[in-house]
Write a protein that binds this ligand. Sequence first.
Ligand SMILES: Nc1ncnc2c1ncn2[C@@H]1O[C@H](COP(=O)(O)OP(=O)(O)OP(=O)(O)O)[C@@H](O)[C@H]1O
Length: 358
Amino acid sequence: MRKGGAGLRGAASASALLLPSSEDSGAGGEPSKECPILVAVRVRPRNEKELASGDPPCVRVLSRSHLCISKNEGVNQYLNSQRGRVNDYEFDVVFDETATQAEVYQRSTQPRVASVLDGYSLTVFAYGATGSGKTHSMFVLTLPLLLYCGTAQVYNDRLYDLLSPGDGAPLRIREDARRGVTEVAGLTRRRVSSAAEALECISEGNHNRRVGSTAHNSVSSRSHAILQVHVRSDGVQECSAVMSLVDLAGSERAGAAAKDRQRLTEASHINQSLLALGNCINALSGEGDAQCQAKYRDSKLTHLLKGSLEGHCSVVMIVAVAPCSGTYEDSHNALKYANRAKEIRVKSPSKRRVDVEM
Ligand SMILES: Nc1ncnc2c1ncn2[C@@H]1O[C@H](COP(=O)(O)OP(=O)(O)OP(=O)(O)O)[C@@H](O)[C@H]1O
């Protein structure tokens, strides 16, 4: 626990009331000193266009923790000939296209949300290619609402307020070493007292978010959206923790998705910041503090998440995957990334280092 022996449980009774119970400690239980990232993969259903095109599914969920992917002939034929071979993957949690929003929340994030009240920071990333379902999955994760909500986006490595876009001037990052948090200076924060009020904040932020069209997805998010929920108690023992929900911009290959110069610039910034995030996670898992401190400054995304990723924190990565053969390359790249991420132990320098390429 970063501050305050009693955590926030006793002090923030309003928060506690809003939290769902977390009986299921399962794969996502209490964070320990060697805290693995919980990696969940969600395969979305085929949309109308994909169904109409007859493009066969390339991903098949085999169990609650196991899936496989195959390239050309469709996953069913592949399974008959190759079962158990190269393209099988196992993760902490796997969701097929029938999974409900509530199920995704309960099996991926809910057990770890409870730890925020003990003073642990929690960061939830949604990673995946354009159109794979990141935003859709992130929406539900805001159900357990705490106290103050602010939402920002990183667009072309600049930070913008999503609740009060104002004149569009970029904002600065401020580090508060005393409280151990990193914040956006001047970011609009709204007091919320119910899940509905929080969802309103998210909707408003998403409405103001930078959306462009790429070759993959006509309504693609070209920025990273970050919702930070601050839990604070100002009692005798001051505690604070931040829950960050990060809806990353699409991870597809820059050249493949860029339609024009502006899209190419955006794609290059997106890839640079995803790379910076991968470098930070690697540093946290093995290189020690000095290297981490330098790497956080590589991008606005990682600088903003500094306070959430260091110290005792818990990280959940939800990897969204589109099901069809037409997006096989992007889906397989996302699964390979997820496969590496599950080896990472946040803040455990004695563990072996695992490199993550993004
Ligand atoms: N599990 C799901 N069930 C039903 N519809 C889904 C699901 N996942 C995604 N969709 C739908 O697929 C479309 C694309 O999803 P979404 O916008 O979440 O993708 P994304 O990965 O955030 O894309 P981008 O990176 O381009 O912003 C949306 O219309 C969304 O409603």
